[in-house]
Ligand binder design. Structure first.
Ligand code: NAI
Length: 253
């Protein structure tokens, strides 16, 4: 018996590092999964040869209302219900002090990382089955400031507020809502951040970041996926309205 047998999950940012690792783990545990992403090519590659019956994809921009309704409808048409929602899509923006931060990048980061989660809560939760579980990917940057990352840090703090409200508003229906806070993860997002900070020597940025982690390395995407699995499963049935850190000891040190 899988830990998610007969459950239906929507995962946004599902073609990226953490989203795809989570989709793979959920499939292994018996779930049916709809991965949602902006990037059609990544989605096509992600779903190739992975048991078409239980994995589907939907191209959508989570920051848009119409696209959000589209992925909800796709999940319901394809699988008939929604038990698990992983609001995971996110972008990093750029690294600059607030005084030099481009306004259009600030707007986009907030649109995807905050409004995208809000739209998900607005349109997915009313359609979810009683007893469902919602996970939102925040970051260590949702619990601590990082110079240069004003837009990202603000967006990742803000989703904690949304999570707390959604947890209260949905507790009566037995729907739980939690945030996950990864430290640096060894995937495309960190590669882009390293290059943005130091185009010449991105590997030096990686070394500096690793030094901030007591366990001495980045997480792998599947190490975050295991937290998502725990929160999606019955094992976490008494946990809601909480922040869950997966950071190799970074915030505790
Ligand atoms: P990633 O860049 O591999 O994946 C993000 C995915 O989101 C990509 O596939 C991208 O196409 C998709 N996406 C971006 N904008 C979108 C939009 N408007 N609509 C739909 N999809 C969109 O990076 P990763 O690590 O898998 O990111 C997942 C989440 O984890 C993000 O919310 C990120 O902020 C968070 N996170 C990542 C960390 C890291 O070090 N990689 C650390 C802490 C948090």
């Amino acid at each position: 018996m899988g830990r998610l047998n007969n459950k239906v999950a929507i995962i946004t940012g599902g073609a990226g590092g953490i989203g795809l690792a989570t989709a793979q783990l959920f499939l292994k545990e018996g779930a049916k999964v709809l991965i949602v992403d902006l990037d059609k090519e990544l989605l096509e590659n992600a779903s190739e040869g992975r048991g078409a019956k239980n994995l589907s994809y939907c191209v959508a921009d989570v920051s848009k209302s119409e696209d959000t309704k589209k992925y909800v409808d796709t999940a319901l048409e394809r699988y008939g219900k929604i038990d698990i929602f992983f609001a995971n899509a996110g972008i990093e923006g750029t690294s600059r002090p607030i005084s030099q931060y481009p306004e259009e990048i600030f707007d986009r980061v907030l649109a995807v990382n905050l409004k995208g989660v809000w739209l998900g809560c607005k349109h997915v939760l009313p359609k979810m089955k009683e007893g469902g579980s919602v996970m939102i990917t925040s970051s260590v940057a949702g619990l601590k400031g990082f110079a240069g990352l004003g837009a990202y840090v603000a967006s990742k703090h803000a989703v904690i507020g949304l999570m707390r409200v959604a947890a209260l508003e949905n507790a009566e229906r037995g729907i739980r809502v939690n945030t996950i806070h990864p430290g640096p993860v060894n995937n495309d997002m960190m590669r882009r951040i390293e290059k943005d900070i130091s185009p010449e020597k991105p590997e030096d940025v990686m070394k500096d970041c690793e030094q901030m982690v007591p366990l001495g390395r980045y997480a792998e995407s599947d190490e975050i996926a295991h937290m998502a699995l725990f929160l999606a499963s019955e094992e976490s049935r008494y946990i809601t309205g909480c922040t869950h850190v997966v950071d190799g000891g970074m915030l505790g040190s």
